[in-house]
Design a protein around this ligand. Structure first.
Ligand code: ATP
Ligand code: MG
Length: 233
């Protein structure tokens, strides 16, 4: 069986030449369907760069990426955008919420791209906002919400359509420890539900909640291990 994610010797070099930054340096990893993986590393270690490659938002400078058995570099733009819309729920580090839309409208937006009808869209969005504890802020715009609340809207947006793969870049970065616990619980439940969860973090405590941990230092994989503390509960 093919791995869901199969990355072979990828490098990502920004600004090739004298000032080049080797953000990913010969990274190889494979992730199976249904895994719950934390990618941990310090600021600048290449985590978001890796997420962008895994999510087909950016292409590596060299190396190969097979997603579900297909070589991503051989897919058309339409095929890539279908993958991004149908297969992957993104939680971006900077939330990427649309400022003039309310919480529920932000959550519904990717559902529109997926062609989900109005009524179902509304139901899925309400369900997702309930899951992140924001049923009382559905009609607020991002500027009317706290940072942590905006982050939770971004999470609701990523999970509303129930995509098989969740890519989360520092989903708890702006949250207090109790809200962080809630989010980690949501991610764990998504994993229990059979989804593949890839969580990016700089926080050891958060990474310790995942089943497998991949540690990245200066664009290289330093460690890749199964977390013995992981409890499915
Ligand atoms: N568009 C870009 N152009 C040039 N350099 C970049 C670009 N994006 C990222 N970098 C550099 O690549 C390296 C990895 O960046 P990346 O954003 O992947 O780090 P990160 O691990 O996500 O960090 P953080 O925890 O701060 O979000 C950093 O040294 C960064 O300065
Ligand atoms: Mg980052």
């Amino acid at each position: 069986m093919n791995a869901l994610v199969d990355v072979k010797n990828i490098c990502k070099i920004y600004n090739p030449g004298e000032n080049e930054v080797r953000a990913l340096d010969n990274v190889s990893l494979s992730i199976d369907k249904g895994e719950y993986v934390a990618i941990i590393g310090q600021s600048g270690s290449g985590k978001s760069t890796l997420m962008n490659v895994l999510g087909c938002l950016d292409v590596p400078t060299s190396g190969d990426y097979y997603l579900n058995g297909s070589n991503v570099s051989e897919l058309s733009d339409d095929e890539l955008s279908d993958i991004r819309n149908l297969e992957i729920g993104f939680i971006f580090q900077g939330f990427n919420l649309i400022p003039n839309l309310t919480a529920i409208e932000n959550v519904e937006l990717p559902l529109i791209y997926r062609g989900v009808g109005k009524k179902e869209r509304n139901q899925l969005a309400i369900e997702a906002l309930n899951m992140v504890g924001l049923s009382h802020r559905m009609d607020h715009k991002p500027s009317e919400m706290s940072g942590g609340q905006q982050q939770r809207v971004a999470i609701a947006r990523a999970i509303a359509a129930k995509p098989p793969v969740i890519l989360a870049d520092e989903p708890t970065g702006n949250l207090d420890s109790s809200s962080s616990k809630d989010i980690i619980k949501i991610l764990k439940n998504l994993h229990k539900d059979g989804r593949t969860v890839i969580l990016i973090t700089h926080d050891n405590e958060i990474a310790d909640q995942a089943k497998r941990v991949i540690r990245i230092i200066d664009g290289k994989i330093e460690k890749d291990y199964i977390n013995e503390h992981f409890a499915e509960d």
